[in-house]
Design a protein around this ligand. Structure first.
Ligand SMILES: [Zn+2]
Ligand SMILES: [Zn+2]
Length: 314
């Protein structure tokens, strides 16, 4: 799994930071990627990455402020032109469906694929064999959601020698066992997957939070998460602005990660008042409370592998 930030700014684009969007890359896990928020010009940012819009199959919107959704109609239109023919699921707060329908109708944008819009409420909003996504409301100046993406445990390694010893012939049955399914041999013997595989491997958990003041729902979504992605519009000096505008300071973000017992924090939605060279100052304020912190930059890509978060591009 990799996470690539497409826009890390707050409110308006600046030369350094575009408005909000990030890609959760699940190419190895499911052959696709998911987008969280889609600020204006997200598709332009994507042109500087290896992301292919046709591989985008879910978009999650935290809230309906322009800096989080104004890139959506263009992205939906381009996806079709770029070969995306599979269904796209779009999740977000109430009002999203109406906005999309009106925008697409008036601009006569005809999508050549199925678009399913899901207006979310608190609770599990998606679940399949390998992933669960849960949403909870946050505390912003309009309805806003945070999302918790949880990968289910992966089947343990197949112990091939053990399986063959038990009489499983080489071939497709081994694959069945490897993927966690029990099989019956020709003589009727049933071989249980768990008898011939190692310990299941834990999946990863990422919390991707929208614009918010400090709130315990964000802590709840971030509980024991491997990675928390939290907005940090302000620092200590500008903290008096956080409450009135419904935002967090870098200290609030760090507090959320610490209270949740999370393993790492990446701060995004950074005000244009901070220049790229201020990242160290923001990180230092966070580190007083929570040590594993990174300040996101546009196009920065991180990988979660073997329980470690590391940046994989310069
Ligand atoms: Zn915002
Ligand atoms: Zn907002």
């Amino acid at each position: 799994m990799q996470i690539q930030f497409l826009g890390t700014g707050a409110g308006m684009p600046s030369k350094q930071r575009n408005t909000s969007a990030l890609a959760l890359k699940l190419l190895e896990e499911r052959g696709s990627f998911w987008l969280f928020d889609c600020g204006e010009a997200t598709q332009h940012r994507m042109l500087h990455t290896t992301l292919k819009p046709r591989k985008l199959d879910k978009i999650f919107i935290t809230h309906l402020h322009g800096d989080h959704i104004f890139g959506l109609p263009g992205m939906l239109g381009s996806r079709g032109f770029l070969g995306g023919s599979g269904r796209l699921d779009l999740y977000g707060p109430k009002g999203l469906q109406e906005w999309i329908e009106v925008t697409l109708r008036i601009s006569r944008t005809h999508l050549n694929y199925e678009l399913a819009v899901h207006e979310v409420e608190a609770g599990t909003i998606f679940e399949d064999d390998s992933f669960t996504v849960r949403a909870l409301p946050l505390d912003h100046v309009m309805p806003c959601f945070g999302y918790r993406i949880e990968q289910k445990p992966l089947p343990g390694k197949l112990l091939v020698d053990l399986a063959i010893e038990a009489g499983v012939p080489k071939g497709p049955l081994l694959r069945e066992l490897k993927e966690g399914r029990d099989v019956a041999l020709e003589d009727g013997t049933v071989i249980r997957s768990r008898e011939v595989t190692g310990q299941p491997q834990p999946g990863f958990t990422v919390a991707i939070l929208g614009d918010t003041r400090f709130t315990y729902n964000a802590v709840d979504l971030s509980r024991d998460a491997d990675i928390v992605i939290h907005e940090a519009t302000f620092d200590k000096e500008s903290a008096h602005l956080a409450g009135p505008y419904g935002h967090s300071t870098i200290t609030d973000a760090a507090k959320t990660a610490r209270e949740a017992g999370a393993r790492s924090l990446i701060a995004n939605h950074i005000s244009a008042r901070f220049l790229p060279e201020d990242a160290g100052h923001l990180a230092a304020e966070a580190e007083e409370i929570f040590p594993q912190v990174a300040i996101a930059e546009d196009l920065a890509e991180y990988e979660w592998k073997n329980g470690m978060l590391r940046r994989i591009n310069p």
